[in-house]
Design a binder for this molecule. Structure first.
Ligand code: AP5
Length: 219
């Protein structure tokens, strides 16, 4: 099955994607992670993307689209994938449909995390990420056992530079202006399933699982 996770910054898309990936063996493709890794490596794409990410703006379509189209063409994506952070505007969404059509594939579902701005901001300001393995924590909601240290690998936890207050405000504005229109875009195609992103992690996972079962996507 091929799924898109849609929702504002901090909605919990990445957190659910990690659990869903374990439970259903689905490949998790996060464009944010891909771009941040490229920026860390300092390669051509990374250098171009870094400034946009820092400012909380969208990285130009041509960069992101080529990354995604090449990633979903790899062998490990044949059985299905979960796109987290892509598409982010209707142009990216159109290109995704076309790329899938050319492979005789389609999107099965778009999970829309409907999340209040207050919750998004609270989650992003408290998010901490492991430098080594990328595990996600929250200072209040999902604290590590030892402050500043990753439970999974012992790596150092840090705050993403784009999780600072000013950048978060800009990311939310960009979401409203560029990405929100995808809700109607996918609703009109009958693909959208809305879930309450403000819910607690385990409860939300239960709701998503129930949707998968209802749609016959759990097999
Ligand atoms: P990206 O990395 O995709 O960021 P985002 O969409 O802003 O999403 P986040 O990762 O911030 O939030 P999330 O919903 O995954 O929440 P999470 O699960 O981590 O993009 C970053 C940048 O890259 C963009 O600004 C742009 O520059 C560029 N980019 C990426 N894709 C692009 C594209 N397609 N086109 C152009 N540019 C692109 O959770 C957040 C926190 O809350 C965590 O601390 C977590 O522990 C906690 N939490 C999660 N769920 C819950 C819950 N249910 N209850 C309580 N706490 C929770």
């Amino acid at each position: 099955m091929n799924i898109v996770l849609l929702g504002p910054p901090g909605a919990g898309k990445g957190t659910q994607a990690k659990v869903l990936s374990k439970e259903f063996g689905l490949l998790h493709i996060s464009t944010g992670d891909m771009l941040r890794n490229a920026a860390k490596r300092g390669d051509g794409i990374g250098k171009k993307a870094a400034g946009y990410i820092e400012r909380g703006e969208l990285v130009p379509d041509e960069i992101v689209v080529s990354l995604v189209v090449s990633r979903i063409s790899q062998k490990d994506a044949e059985k299905g994938f979960m796109l987290d952070g892509f598409p982010r505007n209707t142009k990216q969404a159109d290109i995704l449909s076309l790329a899938l059509e050319q492979k005789n594939k389609k999107l099965d579902l778009v999970l829309y995390f409907s999340t209040s701005e207050k919750v998004s901001v609270e989650r992003l300001s408290g998010r901490r990420v492991c430098r080594k393995c990328g595990s996600n924590y929250h200072v209040k909601n999902m604290p590590p056992k030892k402050e500043g240290i990753c439970d999974a690998c012992g790596g150092e936890l840090y705050q993403r530079p784009d999780d600072k207050e000013e950048t978060v405000k800009n990311r939310l504005k960009v979401y409203d202006k560029e990405t929100k229109s995808l809700i109607d875009y996918y609703r009109s195609q009958g693909l959208l399933r809305e879930i309450n992103g403000d819910m607690e992690v385990g409860d939300l996972f239960g709701v998503i699982k129930a949707i998968f079962v209802k749609e016959g996507l759990d097999g």
